[in-house]
Design a protein around this ligand. Structure first.
Ligand SMILES: Cc1ncc(C[n+]2csc(CCOP(=O)(O)OP(=O)(O)O)c2C)c(N)n1
Length: 377
């Protein structure tokens, strides 16, 4: 008798407490990223929405170029460009209602601006100031978050608290592919799924975490597959297809609002520029790869669709470009004004009440500044 035949006589039964909890099949992402543009589904897309997305993409591309130029002119300390990722940025902002909350990472200035924050105020932190610049409550946009993934548990906490209070609020939290390896990612997704918090986790997989490619970041089949382990649906979408990203995010927001719990959305996209102006991307990737992605450019994809449907002519294209130039000129002019800063602000908001040490340091700084002024410097 072979070993297999012997085994056949023995039928293992599961331990008494075990029973299937949820069927993983409905949580699994599709094998291919969801697309709208260039497919039959595009015919159903609302022309007004497509036009709005287009105008925002053109504006966004120009904003990225202008902000990068400002770093070269010494007017901005650092800028993590989202060139190539504009569809994700714009769709994230447009998928939310005013009463919802956006939790951006440092790369998501464009989403912040598309949600209505003043374009100059949105750059305050990247200018090197100590505070966020904008009032997070005004547009319900959390501060741009530099420590990776820490915005995720913040989003879950806010969304869970809102639900406990009976407020109709959904939180959408943005994170990069590298951020999914952080402990905060795990804790946020686990908590959100167990408590069915109204949150949408939006991962922009742009291929790299600085110089680390996705293949070295994770062995998961896709980042969207990570959702299954937490018991929430994972959705995979073409991150350069603005209509597709908008549809998938809107559906996830709706689901969260209706009490269906969190969703993890992975948008497959590409970071066209270097990590920031302080990075040299040619050290870890080739031009050929970048060129392939340029052919799958988010503005190009939408332009093709709009033109094919007769929704975009030269006039409309020029109007979008003119609006972008006006925004860029205003951004340039306002960013070229020196900000008025009080060095004593360093001590503000550290503690509710100054400690004796802070009081002493504040007095020292004040004395030094006064002496400088008296000396005519
Ligand atoms: C907790 C933490 N660790 C390390 C860093 C340094 N850091 C800044 S950006 C970055 C890469 C993040 O890549 P990804 O999450 O893919 O986002 P992307 O920059 O591509 O948008 C790293 C490691 C950080 N900001 N925070």
């Amino acid at each position: 008798m072979t070993v297999m035949e012997q085994r056949g006589a023995y039928r293992p039964t599961p331990p008494p407490a075990w029973q299937p909890r949820t069927d993983p099949a409905p949580l699994l992402p599709d094998a291919e990223p969801f697309r709208v543009l260039g497919t039959e589904a595009a015919a159903q897309a609302d022309p007004e929405l497509l036009r709005r997305l287009y105008a925002q993409l053109v504006l966004g591309r120009r904003y990225n170029a202008q902000a990068t130029a400002l770093t070269k002119q010494g007017r901005l300390a650092v800028y993590p460009s989202s060139t190539g990722q504009e569809a994700c940025e714009v769709a994230a902002a447009l998928a939310l209602e005013d009463r919802d909350w956006l939790f951006p990472s440092y790369r998501d200035t464009l989403a912040v601006v598309a949600r209505g924050v003043d374009p100059v105020e949105a750059l305050t932190l990247l200018r090197g100031d100590w505070h966020t610049g904008y009032d997070p409550y005004e547009h319900r946009v959390a501060p741009l978050c530099t420590p990776l993934a820490t915005q995720l548990p913040h989003a879950v906490g806010l969304a869970h608290a809102a639900r406990l209070k009976g407020d109709d609020v959904v939180a959408l939290a943005m994170v990069g592919d590298g951020g999914t390896s952080e402990g905060d990612f795990h804790e946020a997704l686990n908590f959100a799924a167990v408590w069915q918090a109204p949150v949408v986790f939006f991962v922009q997989n742009n291929g790299f975490a600085i110089s680390v490619p996705l293949a070295k970041q994770t062995a998961a089949p896709s980042l969207a597959h990570k959702a299954v382990g937490y018991g929430m649906p994972g959705r995979l979408v073409d991150g350069n297809d603005a209509a597709a990203v908008h549809e998938v995010l809107s559906e996830a927001v709706r689901r969260a609002r209706e009490g269906g719990g969190p969703t993890l959305v992975e948008a497959v996209t590409y970071r066209i520029e270097a990590h920031t102006n302080a990075d040299d991307a040619t050290r870890y990737r080739g031009d050929a790869e970048v060129e392939t992605w340029r052919e799958h450019d988010p503005i190009l994809l939408l332009e093709r669709e709009l033109t094919a449907r007769g929704l975009l002519d030269d006039d409309a294209r020029q109007t979008a470009r003119d609006a972008a130039e006006t925004m860029a000129a205003d951004l340039r002019a306002r960013m070229n004004q020196d900000p008025v800063l009080d060095p004593a602000d360093l001590f503000a908001h550290v503690y509710a009440e100054d400690t004796p040490q802070l009081r002493e340091q504040r007095a020292l700084l004040r004395a030094e500044l006064d002496a400088e002024q008296e000396g005519g410097h």
